[in-house]
Design a protein around this ligand. Structure first.
Ligand code: GLA
Length: 723
């Protein structure tokens, strides 16, 4: 609920309170655990840096939710706008503020759905040429707050936006740690925690995609046993920047939004510019902040058509066949897949143009009949007749120079006159800001969806932007254009499940999730590497949006060998699929897959939509324990993986959180069936505080064969007596 108490706005979420005093500034008086309504908040005056000598010296020290160039700051500011004449010292002041049920967005960007109320703050400046509108939205049963800023040019000449962050939160000084998701190709989203020092910590991307180097999710924890975590994220898929700056005078400032790298966005008179939406949450610890974020993403961001829908188990042709397939090979794969309980075939790269390697044909979205041996629509028909769904891969934003699209429309490609474009994976980027290119993409994809009756699309993007046309706005316009295309396609074909991908997880963000409810987390399918990647993702994203596939026994990227169970157990903590040539497997392996799929389907709802508790992380001690508890606390699935064969060590108990404390649960182990006496039942409280000991889960055969060293077990808990 949002209320106004004298000059203070009190924003109450389920368990947190934010107090903003409206003076000239919107002063952030408090952000933390819920507090009571008071009749007056003047007792917080001195928190806002009333200076001993001269208040003018101290404007910097007033905590606020917006700052600007020339405001006296000796630190990073959220806003930098420049007039046509180079004037930059716009002195923004709060003009008015009000509570509204709705906020009308007209910016082509994705926004969180279902906000119940908004606080809207309008800022003006003395020349009355620029107006800023900032909003804060709150949601039912959530602690997440959504925010953003819009600039309106009310003057007679152009304005240039050089920086405009979505989130600013000023906190008092103290010892904090910052957690962010860092990586590279094949090593995405590793949770990286460092102490916050004096100076600025930044996390950012520069390549036009949200990037695998630094994900837009961040969290800040106050150290020393204080119950204080703030996590933030952005609904944006392009260049982003998070700055957490700590200084002795003013404390800590969190900023998050579009990266100001090359930003110089022209706003003509009467026009506006909007930031992407930022979301942030206060919670008493990281676990709770992560849970708030995951739930919020499911309920209020991710494409709602698929909310709570069980996602199919796929077999994908990429790590099964690469570019080498025809209809017969696909049919054979399908026969095996059906037998194993798999539910969808995804024909990955190679079905179009003359595509037999990665050097040609991107953009030629017509069937590679010579290779397939007929029309893909016929393949789709046969696949569906086998009781499988049909999915397909596209890389719509790209073009190969060896393609008929490029031959007929060289002007569609991102090229600067006379300058050779940089080729990455032999391809260049289409200029999707052009409406004719948007139309080409929408028409090509629509044709295939309709002709093949497609159920699923994997939308890939295998390179970043390097030809930076009109650099002041290109990165932003590119993202807006991508959203426009996705908006048209997802509205036109609401039944199609889209999966995002960008060389694995190079664009894993909330902007993509708004349209495509799941994303391929990484090209690295090695079980051990995936543990780090998926554990990292789970601190900011729900498991239902992480796509994870069981690869072949010897991993094609790392050449390490893993047991089928370990590969399954690691993929089963998210949306399960397979990428291996089923036709070459032994009877024993096929039987295993069949059994595991039956298990996964039985608990799929719990696994994909239950509450996640990461009680142990592989990065902290070599063992990963993830419990997923369904909403009514009747069932829980616990996935345990060791990356060290600790044969000499006394095995630690496995603790399970989130159960009903006084209810009794039966405990079963899936792989080592004899570890726990099935007749026993254990209370939720004991399972949480003490845990159960399932012994050493390393398997001798794993230790001999499994050069990748992952041993896994899955425990299933079922409520037998209510508490
Ligand atoms: C990217 C994707 C892979 C696969 C290939 C196909 O690398 O991340 O999953 O689709 O492209 O070329």
């Amino acid at each position: 609920m949002i209320k106004i108490i004298k000059d203070v706005v009190k924003i109450d979420t389920e368990k947190s309170t934010m107090l903003v005093r409206m003076s000239e500034k919107a002063e952030l008086l408090y952000f933390g655990e819920s507090i009571n309504d008071e009749t007056d908040y003047s007792f917080l005056n001195f928190g806002c840096a009333k200076a001993i000598f001269s208040s003018a010296d101290n404007t910097d020290a007033t905590p606020s939710v917006l700052s600007f160039v020339g405001d006296g700051s000796n630190r990073e500011t959220s806003t930098h706008i420049v007039g046509n004449d180079g004037f930059a010292s716009f002195r923004f002041e709060v003009d008015k503020f009000y509570i509204a049920e709705k906020f009308s967005f007209d910016d082509g960007l994705p926004h969180s759905k279902n906000a119940t109320e908004y606080l809207i703050v309008e800022y003006k400046e003395p020349k009355n040429t620029v107006r800023l509108i900032q909003y804060f939205g709150i949601f039912e049963n959530s602690d997440v707050i959504a925010t953003g800023v819009k600039v309106i040019n009310e003057g007679k000449t152009d304005l240039f936006v050089k920086r405009l962050f979505s989130i600013q939160l000023d906190l008092s000084d103290g010892e904090y740690t910052v957690a962010s998701l860092r990586g590279s190709w094949g090593e995405e989203t590793h949770e990286t925690v460092i102490p916050l020092c004096y100076g600025a910590y930044t996390s950012s991307s520069f390549m036009g995609l949200s990037s695998n180097v630094a994900n837009p999710f961040i969290s800040l924890n106050r150290s020393g046993g204080e119950r204080f975590t703030i996590a933030a994220n952005l609904l944006y898929s392009g260049n982003h920047k998070e700055i957490i700056e700590r200084n002795k005078q003013s404390g800590v400032r969190i900023l998050s939004g579009i990266n100001d790298y090359l930003l110089n966005y022209k706003v003509a008179p009467s026009n506006s510019f909007s930031t992407p939406e930022g979301i942030f949450v206060f919670a008493e610890n990281t676990e709770k902040a992560s849970r708030e974020m995951r739930e919020f993403v499911c309920k209020n961001i991710a494409n709602t058509t698929f909310e709570n829908t069980e996602r199919p188990i796929v077999i994908n042709s990429w790590e099964s066949f690469g570019f080498k397939f025809d209809s017969e090979r696909l049919y054979e794969l399908c026969d095996y897949a059906v037998d194993c309980g798999i539910e969808m075939l995804v024909v990955d790269d190679g079905w179009f143009g003359n595509r037999n390697d990665d050097k040609t044909s991107l953009g030629d979205w017509f069937y590679n009949e010579a290779k397939i041996g007929g029309k893909l629509s016929e393949v789709a028909r046969v696949v569906k007749s086998k009781n499988l769904k049909f999915g397909i891969w596209f890389e719509p934003e790209m073009v190969s120079e060896k393609s008929s699209l490029y031959k007929n429309h060289p002007e569609y490609a991102m090229k600067e006159n006379g300058v050779e474009p940089i080729r990455i994976r032999n391809q260049i980027v289409l200029d999707i800001t052009k409406s004719e290119v948007q139309k080409y993409i929408i028409d090509s994809i629509s044709f295939v969806i309709e002709d093949c009756n497609v159920d699923y699309i994997k939308w890939d993007c295998n390179r970043g932007l390097t030809e930076i046309k009109n650099s002041g706005s290109y990165f932003y316009d590119y993202v807006i254009s991508l959203y426009k295309i996705l908006d048209v396609l997802t509205r036109k074909y609401p039944q199609v499940l889209f999966e995002g991908c960008a060389s694995g997880g190079n664009r894993f963000d909330l902007g993509i999730l708004y349209y495509m409810p799941q994303i391929w987390a990484s090209d690295n399918t090695d079980a051990k590497e995936r543990l780090f990647i998926q554990e990292g993702l789970l601190i900011g994203y729900p498991q239902s949006c992480i796509s994870a596939h069981v690869p072949s026994r010897q991993n094609m990227h790392t050449f390490k060998i893993y047991s089928m169970f370990a590969r399954f157990a690691v993929s089963a903590m998210a949306v399960l699929g397979y990428e291996l040539d089923l036709t070459t497997l032994s009877e024993k392996e096929l039987t295993e897959i069949k059994e595991y799929n039956a298990f996964y389907k039985k608990y799929r709802k719990t696994i994909q939509y239950g509450d996640v508790y990461q009680t142990e992380k592989v990065k902290d001690g070599g063992r990963s324990v993830i419990s997923i508890v369904d909403k009514d606390k009747n069932n829980a699935v616990v996935l345990i993986s060791n990356i060290v064969h600790d044969i000499q060590k006394v095995p630690k108990n496995v603790k399970v959180k989130g159960l009903e404390p006084d209810a009794l649960y039966s405990v079963k182990t899936v792989l080592h069936k004899d570890r726990i006496d099935e007749r026993l039942s254990v209370s939720g409280r004991t399972l949480e505080k003490c845990g159960v000991n399932i012994g050493n889960i390393s398997v001798i055969s794993d230790m001999m064969d499994d050069t990748g060293t992952v041993s896994s077990e899955i425990m299933v808990l079922t409520k037998v007596i209510r508490g």
